[in-house]
Design a protein. Structure first.
Lengths: 114, 110
């Protein structure tokens, strides 16, 4: 899916810093999702957005924030309040606002704490 | 509570042997289920969805509402099937989201 671009591919954060992960899509999809992937735990939903200027918390939203100012973009900020941010982060999209459609995914961003 | 359970973290079978990756779900509504696959160095991608009732790369999955299961099966494993497999449940309520299982790594031995 060349239509979803996540950047950077690798990101390092110092303790106490906020960092922002980028997710851009040119698929004209309405809904966008952020997941965290940890070994043995699969994908856990952080935040999702079905339309511009609206988003909902997922299962593990604490310590994260998002915005959806444009349809194409759904950046995720990992704040200093997130105590264990080291993980692989995946951005996904679906064509419509309902999740019963197949999801498309980016290549992911691996975040590590220095 | 909505939940997807994949009991096996790792499944290793010989080439040519049958494969079954287990998936059980918990959901009070009408379930819509998917299998996603992630091959080495590739993006996570859809393998199949239950409403399509199709076979993809020789894999099939049947929804069993009585047993709340959606197991993924293939009669004869091939080495290129080695990958990480995720079962997922679509939840439609006031908002719409998808819940993933913890994944099963399938390893096909030559």
């Amino acid at each position: 899916d060349g239509g979803i671009t996540q950047s950077p591919k690798y990101l390092f954060r110092k303790e106490g810093q906020n960092v922002t992960l980028s997710c851009e899509q040119n698929l004209n999809h309405d809904a966008m999702y952020w997941y965290r992937q940890d070994p043995g735990q699969g994908l856990r939903l952080i935040y999702y957005s079905q339309i511009v200027n609206d988003f909902q918390k997922g299962d593990i939203a604490e310590g994260y924030s998002v915005s959806r100012e444009k349809k194409e973009s759904f950046p995720l900020t990992v704040t200093s309040a997130q105590k264990n941010p080291t993980a692989f982060y995946l951005c996904g999209t679906t064509p419509g606002t309902y999740s019963n459609q197949p999801q498309h995914f980016g290549d992911g961003t691996r975040l590590s704490i220095l | 509570a909505q939940r997807v359970t994949q009991p096996e973290k790792l499944l290793s079978v010989f080439k040519g042997a049958p494969v079954e990756l287990k998936c059980n779900y918990s959901y009070s509504g009408s379930p819509e289920l998917f299998w996603y696959v992630q091959y080495s160095r590739q993006r996570l991608q859809l393998l199949l969805r239950h409403i399509s009732r199709e076979s993809i790369k020789g894999f099939t999955a049947d929804l069993n509402k009585g047993e709340t299961s959606f197991h993924l099966k293939k009669p004869f494993a091939q080495e290129e099937d080695s990958a990480m497999y995720y079962c997922a449940l679509s939840v439609i309520s006031s908002a719409s989201k998808i819940i993933f299982g913890s994944g099963t790594r399938l390893s096909i031995r030559p």
